[in-house]
Design a protein around this ligand. Structure first.
Ligand SMILES: [Zn+2]
Length: 184
């Protein structure tokens, strides 16, 4: 019995350390492990060298509706769906694995990391509580995050219909990159 509890505690510490390393906020650690708040704060300080930020998670579901956040969040949730459908990985482990794959994809494609781990975790909660859902794009057939109350049968995703604002952001990024290369 004692050995079992030590092993289980070891696993909890390992999990919390991994989560802190990925950038998880204290609320995520509290919800995902069985460790006390005091121990989690201590662990957070040991791993990060600073105290965890105070206050509530500021995230609302509307953030996921912005053009760039929606693309990144949809990418993450497609990976998550794939993992839970084709492997036996579940729960917080599936969130961690999916987020690591999301980071690999972002890095390989030279993209900015838009989705933080805490936001990815929050996204799963919004989907579990059916505030947000997935809907298919009628043009590319890809699946994208949408408000559950705002589902339309003729949904067109942000990749098939890029808003001009997003185009400008992309153009500005390309110009900045060009300037950087000139300076180098
Ligand atoms: Zn599309």
């Amino acid at each position: 019995m004692k050995v079992k509890s030590i092993l289980s505690e070891g696993r909890q510490i390992q999990l919390a350390t991994e989560l802190v390393g990925l950038g998880a906020r204290l609320q995520v650690l509290e919800a995902s492990t069985t460790l006390s708040r005091e121990r989690l704060i201590k662990l957070y300080k040991e791993v990060k060298g600073v105290s965890p930020p105070k206050g509530m998670l500021p995230y609302s579901e509307d953030w996921f509706m912005g053009w760039q956040p929606n693309m990144h969040a949809s990418l993450f949730i497609n990976i998550f769906k794939y993992i839970t459908e084709y492997t036996s990985v579940r729960g917080i482990d599936a969130t961690i694995k999916s987020y690591q794959l999301y980071l690999e994809h972002v890095e390989a494609s030279n993209l900015q990391r838009i989705l933080s781990f805490t936001r990815a975790w929050t996204l799963n909660r919004f989907i579990d509580s059916k505030v947000l859902t997935m809907t298919a794009c009628v043009e590319c057939k890809g699946h994208f995050i949408a408000h559950s109350l705002d589902i339309q049968s003729n949904h067109v995703c942000g990749l098939c219909h890029v808003p001009s604002r997003a185009g400008k952001t992309k153009q500005a990024a390309l110009e900045a990159k060009a300037r950087e290369q000139c300076a180098a």
